[in-house]
Design a protein around this ligand. Structure first.
Ligand code: PLP
Length: 462
C-alpha cells in the first residue's frame, strides 16, 4: 500500500485547540499600553466568532456544516508513502507525506481561508483585505471569498508580485483585486515608498497596509484576514494532523517517530503537528521538527520576546520568536517563509521543548526537492522543500543508525506556480544565504521599548 485514502465521512468534524493541553498557555496579546488586549479591541479587525476562537481554552471546536461542505471539495487529502524516495535513499525508514497540494489553490491555506470567509460573511462583512507573500495565501483567500460570495482585496509583497505574475492572475480569476505592496493606497505604503522607492517589500509592510485599509472603511463592512501566525489559523489547520493520524493507522502505525513541517508563520506545521503534540504531552515519544530557511531563522536565531506582527504596530504585541519587525528578508524564493515572527502557540511549544526547530539553507532544500520530483513525481513549493530536505536528512540518519523510523511530513503545497526558483537552481544561479548572528543582533535592537516576554516552561521536555 502506498497511499491512504479516507472517505468523505472521515473529514474531522471538530478542530483541535492545542492551547487547551499545553502545561503553560501562551502569554496574552498586549496593547500599545502593555495591558492585555480585550476582545472588543480586536473587533475592528476580526469578527467576534474568530476572536473567541483566538482566545478559547476549549479543546475541541465544531466545524460548521457550511465550511465542511466546501472543504469536502478536496478533503480528506491523501497520505502517501514515499516508497520511491525511500528506495533512492536506501533507507530503512518509512517516509510519509500528507498531500495538501490537492486544494484548489494548491496549498494548505484554503483550510483556514474558507473558515475565515465563512465567519466574516456570517457577521455581515462584505469585504476582506489581506496580505500575501508568495501569493498562496492571497489566492487561497480569493478562492474562499468567491465561494462565500464576498469581496477580496490582496496586498502582495512587491518582490513576489514581480516574480510571480500568475498568482495574481489566479486571484483575479476568483474575482479578487491584487495590488503590489507597498502601495499608494495607504498612509503607510505612501510613507515607505517615499523613503525607499525600490524596496522589495515585506510581509510586515503588507499586513500593515491590509489592516489599515480594513479599519479605515467608514461603512465598517471590511475586515482583515491573516493566513498564519494567529491561534485561530493554527486551529483551522488541525484537520491536516487529525486526518493523518487516521491514515497512519491504515498503515499500521499508531505513533510516528518524527513529524516535520516547514514553518513560515507556523500554520501548516501546526496543522500537522498539534494533534501529535497532544499525544506527546500525554507521554508519546515523538520528535517534532519545524523547519525554517537559514535566511529567515526566527525559531533558531531569533529571540522569544514581545513584538508586533506587522511593520507599524497595527497588530497587538505577541510573545513569539522574532527577528524584529523591521526585518526585510533576503529575496530567496521561499516567499511564504519570509516572515520575521512566528505563531505564539508554535513559539510556546519550542520554549517547552515539545518541538525542536531546524534551519536549512535553500540549496540543500532545492536539491531535496529535485530528488523528490524525480522519485515521487510531485514538484513541491519552495517552502515545502524545507520539509522534504529535513525528511531526507532524518531518513539518512536512520540509515546510518540502522533504525526503521516512521517519518511523516507535510507536503504543504505544489510548486507549479513557483518554477522560477527551480529554473534558477538548475541554472546554478541560487546561492546559499545564512542570516548571521550579528545581523540578528542589529535587527533585534529595533524591538526595544516593548515589554519583556517571560520564558515559562514546565521542564518536562527540556
Ligand atoms: C504559506 C505557505 C507556507 C508557510 O506558511 P505557514 O503558515 O508556516 O504554513 C508553507 N508552505 C506553503 C506551500 C505555503 O503556501
Amino acid at each position: 500500500m502506498t497511499k491512504a485514502i479516507l472517505n468523505q465521512a472521515d473529514i474531522p468534524r471538530k478542530w483541535y485547540n492545542l492551547a487547551s493541553d499545553l502545561p503553560i498557555p501562551p502569554l496574552p496579546y498586549l496593547g500599545p499600553d502593555g495591558q492585555p488586549v480585550t476582545p472588543e479591541m480586536m473587533a475592528a479587525i476580526f469578527p467576534m466568532s474568530l476572536i473567541e476562537q483566538e482566545m478559547t481554552a476549549q479543546a475541541e471546536i465544531d466545524i460548521p456544516e457550511e465550511v465542511l461542505a466546501i472543504l469536502a471539495k478536496w478533503r480528506p487529502s491523501p497520505l502517501h508513502r514515499a516508497v520511491a524516495l525511500e528506495k533512492a535513499l536506501g533507507t530503512p525508514a518509512k517516509i510519509f507525506y500528507k498531500n495538501e497540494s490537492v486544494s484548489p489553490a494548491g496549498s494548505h491555506k484554503p483550510n483556514t481561508a474558507v473558515a475565515q470567509a465563512y465567519y466574516n460573511k456570517k457577521a455581515g462583512i462584505k469585504r476582506l483585505t489581506t496580505e500575501t507573500g508568495a501569493g498562496q495565501w492571497g489566492s487561497a483567500l480569493a478562492f474562499a471569498c468567491s465561494q462565500m460570495g464576498i469581496e477580496c482585496k490582496v496586498f502582495m509583497v512587491r518582490i513576489s508580485f514581480d516574480q510571480k505574475p500568475y498568482r495574481k492572475v489566479m486571484m483575479q480569476t476568483w474575482g479578487a483585486e491584487c495590488v503590489p505592496s507597498p502601495s499608494m493606497e495607504t498612509k503607510l505604503g505612501r510613507k515607505i515608498l517615499a523613503e525607499m522607492p525600490d524596496t522589495p517589500g515585506s510581509l510586515a509592510i503588507a499586513i500593515s497596509e491590509a489592516v489599515e485599509q480594513a479599519v479605515t472603511d467608514e461603512k465598517g463592512e471590511t475586515r482583515y484576514a491573516l493566513g498564519s501566525v494567529l491561534n485561530h489559523v493554527m486551529l483551522h489547520q488541525t484537520v491536516i494532523g487529525l486526518e493523518t493520524k487516521k491514515q497512519l493507522k491504515m498503515f499500521g502505525i499508531d505513533n510516528p517517530d518524527i513529524v516535520i513541517g516547514c514553518a513560515g508563520g507556523g500554520s501548516n506545521f501546526a496543522g500537522l503537528a498539534f494533534p501529535f503534540m497532544r499525544d506527546k504531552i500525554n507521554g508519546a515519544d515523538i520528535e517534532i521538527i519545524p523547519v525554517e530557511p537559514a535566511s529567515c531563522p526566527s525559531l533558531t536565531k531569533g529571540k522569544f520576546l514581545y513584538d508586533i506582527g506587522d511593520m507599524s504596530g497595527m497588530t497587538p504585541l505577541m510573545a513569539m520568536f522574532s527577528l524584529g519587525h523591521t526585518f526585510i528578508p533576503a529575496p530567496i524564493h521561499a516567499g511564504g517563509l519570509r516572515y520575521h515572527g512566528m505563531s505564539p502557540l508554535v513559539s510556546q511549544t519550542v520554549v517547552e521543548g515539545l518541538a525542536s526547530p531546524l534551519s536549512l539553507d535553500q540549496l540543500e532544500c532545492y536539491k531535496a526537492a529535485m530528488l523528490f520530483a524525480q522519485t515521487e513525481g510531485l514538484i513541491v513549493a519552495p517552502e515545502t522543500s524545507h520539509a522534504v530536505a529535513a525528511a531526507v536528512r532524518e531518513a539518512l540518519k536512520a540509515k546510518e543508525e540502522g533504525k526503521e523510523k516512521n517519518i511523516v511530513f507535510n507536503l504543504s503545497g505544489h510548486g507549479l506556480m513557483d518554477l522560477k526558483g527551480y529554473q534558477s537552481y538548475m541554472a546554478g544561479e541560487l546561492t546559499s544565504h545564512v542570516l548571521q548572528d550579528k545581523e540578528v543582533e542589529g535587527l533585534l535592537a529595533d524591538v526595544k521599548g516593548f515589554p519583556e516576554a517571560e520564558i515559562r516552561r514546565s521542564g518536562r521536555w527540556n
